[in-house]
Design a protein around this ligand. Structure first.
Ligand code: PFF
Length: 445
């Protein structure tokens, strides 16, 4: 199989482009708000540190030593002949589920690019009405922005990974970070900042339930793009002598820092406006626009730049969700990239449309299953079930099925023996046990 190679920074940029996205700025704050704040954040941070980084490295390892699509990677690295491990590789299709609802949110952001220029709501009540009105009632506009987002993502993917992603990332990631830093300094000067800090960092254990623990673990998987084969697929293009460990840590640290920044900013504004943290999926769209509006014309500019940068952060993540299944289809089924993309694109467009409609008043009843709307089902199924399950499989595969000597040979240039053993122990025991425990806990309690 021929694959183009990333440059060394290219891999970090692409992996960071995948990790940093709406998960950090849209989903992390609203999940934190819905799950009571500090305790959720703590579980999230613990999961990233003790599980996420190790799994990230495990995925990099699988991609790096197999240099194959995820399905073939599991198949060829497994010592068992005719084995069932290839089925673990089907995790690539989780990316299709994620992309379906993710594209709807990119569509919302497109609408907010327009809003930030022409009609910023002046207070938080109006902002709430505007967001909820859009999601609940404006089917035509949402379908329009969703379709544009979809077309853009498919177009970028059809261009191929390297060229598409590296260039866009090089400009937009720093732009996003710059705007966040700007907003952060503004937030520090407001009263709500202290409240935001305690909301995010002082755990209230009474808010912890089996649901919120699973949600925090799922969010950690989601934010690092784990359990979809994305990191495996990107690591296929990694130059041989890249420091795998350092790259994994850089990406995870950057991703976490951005989520925490976003959380601090958004909750400062929420408390500044005396609004409730439990605004759900609208949180970022409700908390920021009134603030931009208060800044006058500068607010229009900053708001515009913020939503543009956010859209692109979303798009670079979106591209990374579909690449694993494209590589699988083109590699294993000898499909052309175009054909693979048409099949996957059709599925995404249909599922995405249903997700979009499930939030609207008109269709919410029809598209509800056991009390949950289809949009939320796609999200829950992928982040809280499929990604953690895939994480367990990856850990078991690396821990028990790939020869330890081979792993050691690949990683030892970048880790000392103590750290290697710690990582290996985490992969073999901690991850399978801890993640299963969280999932089982949710089923029974
Ligand atoms: N990590 C992305 C984010 O935080 O927005 C979302 C994501 C990307 C999930 C790629 C899954 C994936 F395969």
């Amino acid at each position: 199989m021929k694959v183009a190679r990333f440059s060394k920074v290219g891999f970090i940029l692409a992996a960071a482009g995948s990790a940093v996205g709406l998960g950090n700025i849209w989903k992390f704050p609203y999940m934190t708000g819905e799950n009571g704040g500090g305790a959720f954040v703590l579980i999230y941070l613990l999961t990233i540190t003790f599980i996420g980084v190790s799994l990230f490295l495990a995925e990099v390892l699988i991609g790096q030593i197999s240099r194959k699509d995820a399905v073939s990677a599991f198949e060829t690295l497994s010592p068992i002949k005719n084995n069932i491990w290839k089925y673990a590789g089907y995790m690539v299709f989780t990316g299709v589920l994620v992309l379906s609802f993710y594209t709807v949110v990119v569509g919302w952001i497109f609408k907010y690019i327009y809003i930030s220029i022409f009609s910023l709501p002046t207070d938080i009540k109006l902002a709430g009405d505007a967001f909820n009105g859009m999601v609940g009632n404006e089917i035509g506009i949402q379908l329009f922005t969703f379709t544009i987002a979809f077309a853009l993502i498919i177009w970028i993917v059809s261009k191929g990974v390297i060229k598409g992603i590296e260039k866009v990332n090089l400009v937009l990631m720093p732009a996003l970070i710059f705007i966040l830093v700007l907003l952060f300094f503004y937030a520090i000067s407001l009263d709500g900042f202290g409240q935001a800090v305690s909301f995010l960092f002082v755990p209230d254990w009474s808010k912890v339930t089996s649901n919120s623990i699973l949600a925090a673990v799922g969010q950690a998987f989601f934010t690092l793009s784990l359990g979809v084969g994305t990191i495996i697929t990107y690591a296929v293009s990694l130059p041989k002598d890249t420091n795998l460990v350092k790259s994994s840590i850089i990406v995870a640290a950057m991703d976490t820092a951005i989520a925490l920044f976003a959380g601090l900013i958004i909750f400062t504004f929420i408390f500044h406006f005396n609004a409730a943290p439990t605004q759900g999926a609208g949180l970022v769209f409700i908390s920021l626009p009134p603030l931009f509006s208060q800044m006058g014309i500068m607010g229009n500019v900053i708001g515009f730049l913020f939503f543009v940068a956010l859209a692109f952060a979303g798009i670079t993540s979106a591209v990374s969700m579909i690449e694993p299944s494209i590589l699988y289809l083109t590699n294993r089924h000898k499909m052309s990239r175009k054909k693979a993309l048409s099949i996957l694109g059709t599925a995404i467009y249909i599922l995405g449309t249903l997700a979009l409609l499930s939030n609207t008043k008109e269709f919410s009843e029809v598209l509800k299953f056991s009390g949950k709307g289809f949009f939320n089902i796609l999200d829950f199924l992928s982040s809280s079930i499929l990604m953690p399950l895939a994480g367990i499989m990856i850990a078991i595969f690396v821990g028990y099925f790939i020869q330890k000597e081979r792993i050691y040979a690949t990683l030892s240039p970048y880790l000392n023996d103590r750290v290697f053993n710690l990582w290996y122990f985490t992969i073999k025991y901690i991850i399978p046990i801890a993640v299963s425990a969280v999932m089982i806990n949710k089923i029974f309690f």
